[in-house]
Structure formats: structure tokens, C-alpha cells
Design a protein around this ligand. Structure first.
Ligand SMILES: [Zn+2]
Length: 377
């Protein structure tokens, strides 16, 4: 059995955790599903295979009884700082690549504090749609929005960001099109009206988002900054039909975007084979293997890991957890990732596809090396 515990991981996509970790069972469970309807936390989460697995792992790491009540009481008793430090150290993390735009920063540990408590390096990415929303709230004139947006994205590298992230799949879909300035301006007027009326904005205006994304892509290509795209599995906000990474074809084909590395997040689940295919064909496409979210069990994780490794080079694959809200996610994702990757590589050794040294080298690339080169760590 391949033992990967000694490889320090780069978690190439994750989020901050909440400052207040004291929570009851319903709240804890609500962070273990993408469903927003409360009936899932009440009735269904305790009947999912991945949750039952998570509870058993927690009982082991906290040294307590295996029932949910004892497990949560033990974690609550530890206190937030100690909990985070304990779990992150156990995960053996080299670097966290954080998307600090979600959850709300006022409720979360700062990225810097996450790095301190995790005894690891922390780097940040810039979420493009959050920046767009803020600028549309701040400025009534589209040219002003474009100017400020361009300034910020063109200086992202200088300001220490290692990547951009786009959640356009959650808003208007990955079929990012090219629109005229007039079409984008009309779309901006609608968004601005919503912003003024509601005092806030959830940007879901296609010509506007697509137009601004193309500006970001040009600057990403110029700075050779990677762009992470949410693909596939998400909450009901996402139209899964438009979360298929094949919709990115026009962006991937653009000659002037070839120096912008594209990272397809969450193994594009359930479009895993399609995403891995893109990483196998396009030199600038990378494929993220995410082991805490989407919420699926180990057998399914082995299936997508097998598919990715069967199709794409390991130098195009990167580990992540997508950990968020609770530090158990980051820790369990690390535990899961090492074990799943190890087990799939074992199968490949048994099938005489790889020898043991080659398998270990592949694991090293997925858990650590590929991300080092993509984010220039
Ligand atoms: Zn995420």
C-alpha cells in the first residue's frame, strides 16, 4: 500500500473557516451538504455515506465515542483556535490557496490567521464576480466600472494574488460569449437598477458578466495568472447543464488567452471525463481533484481519480479540498485525498501500468508539484 502521508499538500482551492466553531448538530450537518433546504440537515445528511464516514474519522481523531452527540461535544469543547490548529497540523499542509471572498470575511478567520494556525503558507486568489458586484454598486457609469475593474485585475499579481477565480457557472453559465459594448452597457443598466433598488447585487446579467470576464482574461494572459473556474456540482443556484466544462471551448480556443492557465475546479463533477479530456488536450488547462466537496463517498472519488489519471498527465492534475466553514473539511479532504490517490495508484501498480516509484512520483505531482508550478509558489 502506497503511503503518501509524508507528502505535504498544496490545497489549491479552499476557503476560510468560521471564527465561531461552537455549533449544534443541525448547524454542523448543514455544512455537509450543498442542499439549502433545512430538511436535508434534519433528515438526510445523517443518512449519507460520506457523513457517516466523516463522523467515524472525527471520533478517531478526537478520541471519543462514535456517536454524533459525543463527537460534536468533544469538538465544541476544544475551542476554535485549538480545533483549527490540531486538524490542520494533522493534515500536513504545505500551502493553502484561499478564496477569501466566501464566506463573509467578518464571520471568518482571516487568511493570514489560517496560515498561522495551520503552520503553513497561505496565498490568495481574487474572485472576479465579487469585484464586479462591488464596482457596480459603487459606480453609476459603465466606463468607470470598466476602468476600475481593469486597474484592479491588471495589478492583481503586483498586489499578491496568485490567481483569479470565476463563479460564472453559478450565475449565467460557462458558455461565456463575446458581446458588443452596447449590449454590455444595456446589461449594466439593468444590474445597476437592481443594485440601487435592493442596496445589494447578485450579478446574473450575462452580457455584463461575459464582457467583464473577457477583460479579466486579457489581463490574466498578460500576467500569466491562472483562472480557476467553478465547474460542475454546486448548490441549486447553478444550472448544472451550463456547468459542463465543454462550454468553455471558445475561451480555450482564443489564441490570445493561451498564457492564461485555466483550472477546472471540483473535477467538473459529474463531467469528470470531459474535464480530464480538456486537460489532456489543451496545454493551458489543468484539472482540480477536490476531495471534501463535492460531497460524494470514497468509491465515487476513486472513480473520478481513476478517470483523471487514466486520461490526463499528472502534471495537469492538482489536489484540493474546497474546505469551507469547518476545519474538519480541510483535514478530512487531505485524509481522503491521500488515501484515494494512494489506492488508485495501487490498483495501477497491480495492473502493471506503473511501478512503485512512478506511482509515488505521480502522487507527489498531484498533491504538491503541479500546483507549485501553476501558482508559481
Ligand atoms: Zn470553493
Amino acid at each position: 500500500m502506497l503511503d503518501l502521508t509524508a507528502i505535504p499538500i498544496v490545497d489549491n482551492h479552499c476557503h476560510p473557516v468560521l471564527l465561531s466553531q461552537h455549533m449544534d448538530a443541525l448547524r454542523f450537518r448543514s455544512y455537509c451538504t450543498e442542499a439549502s433546504d433545512p430538511s436535508f440537515a434534519e433528515k438526510h445528511v445523517p443518512n449519507t455515506v460520506y457523513y457517516l464516514w466523516l463522523l467515524r474519522q472525527m471520533a478517531t481523531v478526537y478520541g471519543c465515542e462514535r456517536n454524533e452527540e459525543d463527537i460534536l461535544a468533544t469538538r465544541n469543547h476544544l475551542g476554535s483556535d485549538a480545533l483549527l490548529e490540531h486538524l490542520f497540523r494533522a493534515a500536513n499542509i504545505d500551502t493553502l490557496v484561499l478564496d477569501p471572498a466566501y464566506p463573509l470575511s467578518t464571520e471568518c478567520y482571516t487568511p493570514e490567521r489560517m496560515g498561522q494556525l495551520g503552520h503553513c503558507r497561505m496565498v490568495k486568489m481574487l474572485r472576479l464576480e465579487t469585484l464586479m458586484q462591488q464596482l457596480i454598486l459603487d459606480y453609476g457609469d459603465f466606463d468607470e466600472v470598466i476602468e476600475h475593474f481593469s486597474t484592479q485585475v491588471s495589478s492583481a499579481h503586483k498586489h499578491g494574488y496568485c490567481a483569479f477565480k470565476s463563479i460564472v457557472a453559478y450565475r449565467t453559465g460557462l458558455n461565456i460569449a463575446e458581446w458588443s459594448k452596447d449590449e454590455a452597457t444595456a446589461s449594466f443598466a439593468q444590474a445597476r437598477a437592481e443594485a440601487i433598488q435592493q442596496g445589494q447585487l447578485r450579478i446574473a446579467y450575462k452580457p455584463l458578466i461575459d464582457y467583464l470576464l473577457h477583460i479579466a482574461f486579457q489581463h490574466a494572459a498578460e500576467q500569466q495568472l491562472p483562472v480557476q473556474f467553478h465547474t460542475g456540482y454546486g448548490d441549486s443556484d447553478t444550472d448544472m447543464r451550463l456547468g459542463n466544462p465543454l462550454h468553455l471551448r471558445e475561451v480555450l480556443e482564443r489564441k490570445d488567452y493561451q498564457t492564461m492557465q485555466v483550472v477546472l475546479l471540483h473535477e467538473s463533477y459529474p463531467y469528470c471525463q470531459l474535464g480530464a479530456y480538456l486537460a489532456a488536450i489543451y496545454p493551458h488547462v489543468y484539472f482540480d481533484l477536490s476531495f471534501a466537496i463535492p460531497f460524494v463517498d470514497k468509491l465515487e472519488m476513486m472513480a473520478f481519480t481513476r478517470q483523471a489519471l487514466s486520461v490526463a498527465p499528472a502534471s495537469k492534475l492538482m489536489f484540493s479540498t474546497d474546505g469551507i466553514y469547518i476545519p474538519e473539511m480541510h483535514w478530512a479532504g487531505a485524509l481522503r485525498g491521500r488515501s484515494v490517490i494512494g489506492q488508485v495508484l495501487d490498483e495501477m501498480i497491480d495492473a502493471d501500468e506503473l511501478d512503485e516509484d512512478q506511482a509515488y512520483d505521480i502522487a507527489q505531482q498531484i498533491l504538491h508539484d503541479t500546483a507549485y508550478s501553476v501558482y508559481k509558489l
